[in-house]
Design a protein around this ligand. Structure first.
Ligand SMILES: Cc1cc2nc3c(=O)[nH]c(=O)nc-3n(C[C@H](O)[C@H](O)[C@H](O)COP(=O)(O)O)c2cc1C
Length: 174
């Protein structure tokens, strides 16, 4: 059985692509470790099947969750995520939206924590240029920040590095 459930929302496909790349990177640790779900098509109660979760959203409309997450997020309020480890990732655009860069990732982290989850997978802010964002806590992004508009060439390496980090933090073999 898979041990990680990855739930994402994506409008134009950037977050969907990142989700697939994350799955592929975990396949190198162990085949089929990750089940990938588009939140447009799945009931979020499926999160309860996993001890380890990865949640991903792009940010839209100056700080909102991606549309399908917006519709689905209230389903999370009914879930008990205590005892689960949750990592978040996001897609955003730091140069055009410097004050709301990656806000949706911050929202996912807050909502997961509110349901009792332990957050893992924080990510350094070095190498990005933005103003303030709720996706940063104590000088770190709450999860993996990706920007395919301005830094597409870094996305693949960032994912590989983050998956190595998560492999350790999730307590999986490397
Ligand atoms: C109208 C519009 C609003 C956006 N608002 C934000 C924003 O507030 N913060 C941010 O970081 N990125 C913002 N973005 C950038 C998107 O999050 C980015 O293009 C992302 O890669 C889209 O991913 P998706 O195809 O998975 O939905 C916005 C993009 C558009 C076109």
């Amino acid at each position: 059985m898979s041990r990680i459930g990855l739930f994402y929302g994506s409008k134009r496909g950037d977050t969907a692509d990142a989700a697939e790349k994350i799955k592929e990177a975990f396949d190198k640790v162990e085949q089929d470790l990750v089940d990938v779900y588009n939140v447009k098509k799945v009931d979020l109660s499926r999160m309860q099947e996993y001890d380890k979760l990865i949640l991903g959203s792009s940010t839209w409309e100056e700080g909102s969750l991606q549309m399908h997450w917006m519709r689905a997020i209230s389903q999370m309020d009914a879930l008990d995520l205590s005892g689960k480890q949750v990592a978040v990732f996001g897609l955003g655009n730091q140069s055009e939206f410097p004050t709301t860069f990656q806000t949706a990732m911050g929202t996912l982290a807050t909502r997961a924590r509110a349901q009792g989850a332990e957050l893992v997978g924080r990510w350094p802010i070095d190498g990005y240029e933005f103003d303030e964002t709720p996706a940063v806590e104590d000088g770190w992004f709450v999860g993996l920040a990706l920007d395919n508009t301005n830094q597409y060439e870094l996305t693949e390496d960032r994912i590989k590095t983050w998956v190595k980090q998560l492999t350790r933090e999730f307590g999986l073999k490397e």
